[in-house]
Design a protein around this ligand. Structure first.
Ligand code: FEO
Ligand code: CA
Ligand code: CA
Ligand code: CA
Length: 667
């Protein structure tokens, strides 16, 4: 999700303007936001003129059709008829495809799960139902099948104003309607906690359509209260000890699980991202964790869990935040197993954890820290993956080397090891051991001189072409004197994508080359400086790359977070992005979400015949959309997707996209 910036409204909204915070640039120069707003009003973007190509607006329709021909000739790797960009209250997929809702918030996952009743929610019921705000989606085959497996899904956060009836009051201030949210009851907080975490659920394709296997033996819900083990170098550290856990090795729950991954050995890894929002109150005066928490924005107080649970109250349990911000590994084959917080992979606002086996068998995890000016990391296991020995892989994530990226102007990237005792990571700088270094990963990376990036989101190694794709979603705060080669735009409103080639194709190595694959935004606005290929249509460009996937053919698919009426005049969605040959940097729109949502997932089944996508926080917003024009909340929603029933609220859901009549996607 976007960074949380609105503790007072508690709307936890995903709107870009919330994310951007107050302007800090003191000059009179027009901001990129003003340029974009001017452009949209000029072109009447919200009045249905999207059929007019953005590129056509500058180069003319004839040139556009020539560009289409050129694209065909240049050999785009994707074959499908592009979807039209736009904004409305439902999802859309390219012609010739079905996009079927597979799992909705509240759907039963077990034989004993209660049916979803939004008027009578309970924590007990929610803990047996599909959680809220689905983000990462992974697939773990059963017996090697592409049509029968476990779907693993992160539930990143909760939107109480969309979830609970009777808590929003609309107040008018200065002629503008705003929503005021009442304090949540303990029961509602408990529902929130049960709606967090993850889902593991068996699914099966029957007659071309996916079904949930409700009595699947491995089905499991993980929540903000599931007991977990802390492992790796920071396990048992004094800074992780609390009243409830004097050992510093047992934690209740995982929170704000954004993107994630499935390991080569078939476990599910969940990334704890915006943990700062869950902690409230203040540290005791002069507490030694003050600087550590400040670097992570803790506390932010968007949630009121601390009102009901001491562990989220900093004054009462000052070490609790050190127990979050980790990568969590789940053994999906044992529903009674305790998930493990793998501290060797560092503590920060973890976006995802996609991995690849290096040539020598070590496993490399690429990790983004999603905050403006934070870093790109990779973790290299010490041990080697053994496909034939499951037990040997079990604790690979406890021993290895975390690295942070330094991107140089000359197109090289160096991966700097984050190891206690090396360079500045010593007692002189306040580190007593590797545990300290990992607890304060950001400060360690600061000291190493890592490159400050434009909000690193999902990072995807591509086994087919040997590259690594880094989604940098945006950074409105970067000033002109802060640009560098790897973050080349000031006020980077639309983000960019970097492509890394590790030297000698060795993912475990410490040196590589990089280039910018794509600067995002509307290519028809010269000031934006977008670099989509000229074959990209008005529907094909996008902003704010976030999650991504590669299919088994090695083709890149990019999901976005933060588009909307004011930022790009289109909802978020899934775009197919060419990376090879003359078609490189050509993008085509394949799927788009309803108003207010961001696009998560995406994930391709091993046979490329299904794309799973996660529609997160649909209906969160609507003020700026001319189709609604007021705050959206439980009783008055900008969309009631996907059920469209008057007594059913909007529900975040996973959607399965298949080709009508069968076949691989986009071939
Ligand atoms: Fe949860 Fe970085 O998006
Ligand atoms: Ca995001
Ligand atoms: Ca994300
Ligand atoms: Ca991904």
């Amino acid at each position: 999700m976007t960074e949380q910036r609105s503790p007072d409204t508690r709307f936890r909204t995903s709107l870009l303007e919330e994310n951007d915070g107050p302007a800090t640039n003191p000059t009179d120069n027009r901001t990129m936001g003003e340029i974009i707003a001017a452009r949209f009003s000029r072109r009447g973007f919200l009045k249905g003129s999207l059929a007019v190509s953005a590129i056509a607006a500058t180069v003319g329709p004839l040139a556009m059709s020539a560009a289409d021909d050129a694209r065909a000739a240049e050999g785009s790797a994707f074959v499908f008829d592009e979807l039209e960009a736009g904004i409305d209250d439902r999802h859309h997929v390219a012609p010739g495809y079905d996009a079927d809702v597979l799992l909705r918030w509240g759907d039963p996952l077990f034989p004993d799960s209660p049916d979803f009743d939004p008027a009578k929610q309970s924590a007990q019921g929610q803990s047996r139902q599909f959680g809220y705000n689905n983000d990462y989606v992974g697939y773990i085959p059963i017996d090697g099948s592409a049509e029968h497996g476990l779907l693993v899904v992160n539930h990143e956060y909760t939107n109480p104003h969309l979830m609970f009836p009777g808590i929003v009051e609309i107040v008018e201030k200065d002629g503008k309607k705003t929503a005021k949210v009442a304090p949540l009851s303990k029961e509602q907080v408990d529902v929130e906690m049960a709606a967090h975490g993850g889902t593991i659920v068996e699914i099966r394709k029957v007659a071309g359509k996916w079904q949930v296997v409700r009595d699947g033996k491995l089905n499991r819900r993980i929540t903000a209260n599931t007991e977990m083990v802390v492992s790796g170098p920071a396990a048992g550290h004094d800074r992780l000890k609390t009243n409830a856990d004097p050992t510093g090795t047992r934690v209740l729950g995982t929170i704000n699980n954004c993107a994630g991954g499935v390991t080569p050995w078939g476990t599910y890894v969940m990334s704890e991202e915006n943990i700062h929002g869950y902690f409230s109150s203040a540290l005791p005066e002069g507490h030694k964790e003050a600087a550590n928490y400040k670097r992570l924005g803790i506390p932010e107080g968007a949630y009121e869990w601390g009102t009901h649970y001491d562990r989220f109250d900093l004054g009462k349990e000052p070490n609790e935040p050190n127990r979050f911000g980790w990568i969590v590994e789940v053994d999906v084959n044992d529903p009674t197993s305790m998930p493990k917080k793998r501290t060797a992979l560092g503590r920060f606002k973890h976006e995802g954890a996609e991995s690849i086996v290096a040539r020598d068998g070590r496993v490399v995890f690429y990790l983004g820290d999603d905050e403006r000016f934070d870093y790109v990391y990779k973790f290299v296991t010490a041990g080697r993956f053994d496909a034939d020995d499951h037990a040997a892989n079990k604790d690979l994530l406890d021993d290895g080397t975390l690295h942070v990226a330094k991107f140089a102007e000359d197109g090289t990237v160096e991966w700097l090891p984050i190891v206690f005792g090396q360079g500045p990571l010593t007692a002189e700088n306040g580190f007593a051991g590797q545990g300290d270094v990992l607890i304060e990963t950001r400060r360690a990376a600061d000291l190493l001189g890592a490159t400050k990036m434009d909000r690193p989101e999902d990072i995807q190694p591509n086994a087919v072409n040997g590259k690594v794709y880094v989604m940098l979603t945006n950074n409105s705060k970067r000033k002109a004197d802060q640009v560098d080669a790897a973050n080349p735009r000031a006020e980077n409103a639309f983000g960019h994508i970097i492509e890394i080639s590790e030297d000698d194709g060795d993912f475990a190595g410490t040196k590589g080359k990089w280039e910018v694959l794509l600067k995002c935004g509307d290519p028809a606005v010269a000031d934006v400086g977008a670099t989509f290929s000229t074959a990209t249509t008005a529907n094909g460009w996008f902003g704010m790359p976030d999650n991504c996937a590669v299919d088994s053919a090695g083709r890149l698919w990019v999901a976005t977070d933060g588009q909307g009426p004011k930022s790009t005049g289109r909802t978020d969605g899934l775009w197919a992005v060419d990376t090879q040959g003359a078609a490189r940097a050509t993008s085509k729109l394949f799927f788009r979400v309803p108003i207010g949502a961001e696009m998560c997932g995406p994930l391709f089944a091993p046979d490329d015949r299904t794309a799973f996508v996660a529609v997160q926080h649909p209906g969160d917003g609507g003020e700026d959309w001319e189709g609604f024009g007021r705050p959206s909340y439980y009783e008055d929603l900008s969309t009631r997707w996907p059920d469209f029933k008057p007594d059913m609220p909007v529900r975040p859901s996973v959607v399965a996209i298949t080709r009508q009549g069968g076949g691989k996607i986009a071939v």
